[in-house]
Design a protein around this ligand. Structure first.
Ligand code: RB5
Length: 141
């Protein structure tokens, strides 16, 4: 189960992400927002972070205008490693090296085509289980 959250700026791109997940039969929990009406991104960053930390969801996807504010908000929660990615290399590397549990993107930065590739890469790349990366993640915690 994937936790989804966005603000008004991320709403339309999140609709495309949901379409991708549905087409690929990947279950998700949508924590909003549900329109382009202005909202505060920290609310959605927190909801998704809570769903991941509690174990309700295995990972999360967050979208705001830049992806920055919502990833900063999510990263306030202990156990969250939210990675802001606007390219597939970063999405792959952050799974392999950081075991990132939330992908954040900016709808004003990437188009739908690239965003879906980034989501696909993030969801399909396992953590490396490499000792040195485990140690560094423990150091963050
Ligand atoms: C909303 O205008 C915008 O500030 C927000 O989506 C995000 O980019 C913040 O980091």
């Amino acid at each position: 189960m994937i936790a989804l959250g966005c603000d008004h700026a991320g709403f339309l791109l999140m609709r495309e992400v949901k379409k991708y997940l549905e087409e690929n039969k990947i279950e998700y929990l949508d924590f909003g927002t549900d329109s382009e009406e202005s909202v505060d991104y920290p609310i959605y960053g927190k909801k998704v972070a809570e769903a991941v930390v509690s174990g309700e969801c295995v990972c999360g996807i967050l979208i705001c205008g830049t992806g920055i504010g919502i990833s900063i908000a999510a990263n306030k929660m202990e156990g969250i490693r939210a990675a802001l990615c606007h390219d597939c290399f970063s999405a792959q590397a952050t799974r392999e090296h950081n075991d990132a549990n939330i992908l954040a993107m900016g709808a004003r930065v990437v188009g739908g085509g690239l965003a879906i590739k980034i989501v696909d890469t993030f969801l399909n790349t396992p953590f490396s289980e490499n000792e040195k990366h485990i140690k560094r993640i423990e150091m963050i915690e």
